[in-house]
Design a protein around this ligand. Structure first.
Ligand SMILES: [Zn+2]
Ligand SMILES: [Zn+2]
Length: 357
């Protein structure tokens, strides 16, 4: 029986370093992370990144803000149903004249203002919802304009004669009566008008970002943020003060006026589009999440100039931020050797057309 040969385990740290030929110096942690990022890109040429010099590291802040306004709409829905009109009032002994003089509308006690005199519990959720409330105090009657409350109308086939064909035949429509039940009011003489107040709610939502760096919105959205500030104010209306609502926002990041940012967003995206009588604001909610990260400036010597932003000269930058699941992630958009870098330094150039990346 032969013994299986024992495997020799190599310790990679003890092997001679023969593969790294270009890295000539020890990079600071942020640039070493950046070099790793550049190496991971198929089309990037990474040698200059290995020789980069750090210019500075700045603390930056990005905010993701959500605003939710509960909107309420109210309208009256009127239903018209045939209803007994009654009242054969007479005038000078004549019911016909009496009808001429009587009011054709009979009002009930009347209802209040649909916005101010009726209150409803607001929905606690953000979904669309609707409530209907019948308001019997708003009921009123109208006289049928066709039969004028008489409930019967002259037959239009025999014109009231009851007979047709030169009086030789009974009219089949009115069976000889010359009159018919009024079809509009179903022979009741009038109509009942009854109002139902329909109240609808929906939540108007918006999301926006502010920062003192240049991360794309998508990166902030996918990054790892922490709750920074939140408020929920009920009742709320167009006359409520958003300035008071954001007073507790304590902001210390240079270059960001978060409070003003929220006020402007509210005015532009929520208040201005709501100047209508049929819809009002009822609840104000705002949440702000914060992401702290670093913006790093570096240079790779005079041979490489910033082609995305020529004012930066030989300075380049990238952001290192907490990406999905808190993983440290790099974002850059000006590394000069990001196209065809795999074919060597002479072909590598900055170009937007590289669609591999
Ligand atoms: Zn009628
Ligand atoms: Zn008839």
């Amino acid at each position: 029986m032969t013994q299986p040969a024992t495997e020799m385990i190599l310790d990679p740290t003890k092997l001679p370093n023969t593969t790294t030929v270009s890295q000539t110096k020890e990079l600071p942690k942020v640039l070493a992370d950046f070099k790793k990022y550049v190496d991971s890109k198929f089309c990037y040429y990474s040698e200059p990144a290995g020789n980069a010099d750090l210019i500075n590291v700045q603390k930056k802040v990005a905010y993701q803000c959500h605003m939710k306004i509960l909107m309420e709409g109210r309208r009256l829905h009127w239903e018209e149903t045939p209803h007994p009109w009654g009242g054969n009032e007479t005038f000078l002994g004549s019911t016909t004249l009496g009808r001429f003089f009587e009011n054709t509308t009979r009002y009930g006690q009347g209802m209040g203002d649909i916005w101010n005199d009726y209150s409803f519990a607001l929905p606690s959720h953000d979904k669309k919802s609707k409530i209907r409330r019948h308001l019997p105090e708003g009921n009123y009657l109208t006289r049928c304009t066709r039969c004028r409350g008489k409930c019967i109308v002259t037959c239009i086939y025999c014109l009231g004669d009851g007979r047709i064909n030169n009086n030789t035949e009974y009219c089949s429509q009115c069976h000889g009566a010359g009159k018919k039940r009024c079809s509009r009011c179903k022979g009741l003489g009038g109509f009942l008008h009854s109002p139902t107040l329909v109240v609808k709610w929906h939540t108007r939502k918006s999301t926006w970002y502010c920062q003192n760096s240049y991360l794309p919105k998508k990166k902030i959205r996918k990054g790892t943020r922490t709750q920074f500030w939140s408020t929920r104010i009920v009742p709320w209306s167009e006359r409520s003060s958003v300035e008071n609502a954001v007073q507790s926002v304590i902001e210390n990041a240079p270059g960001i006026d978060l409070r003003l940012n929220i006020i402007n967003h509210y005015n532009d995206k929520h208040l201005k589009p709501t100047r209508s009588k049929s819809i009002i604001m009822r609840r104000f909610q705002c949440t702000v999440e914060r992401m702290d990260f670093e913006e790093i400036q570096y240079t790779m010597g005079d041979n490489y100039t910033n082609k995305r932003d020529s004012t930066k000269g030989t300075t380049f930058r990238f952001c290192q931020y907490p990406g999905p699941k808190g993983r440290s992630t790099i974002y850059e958009n000006d590394y000069p050797l990001n196209c065809c870098g795999c074919f060597g330094p002479t072909l590598a150039c900055y170009s937007c057309c590289c669609n591999i990346l």
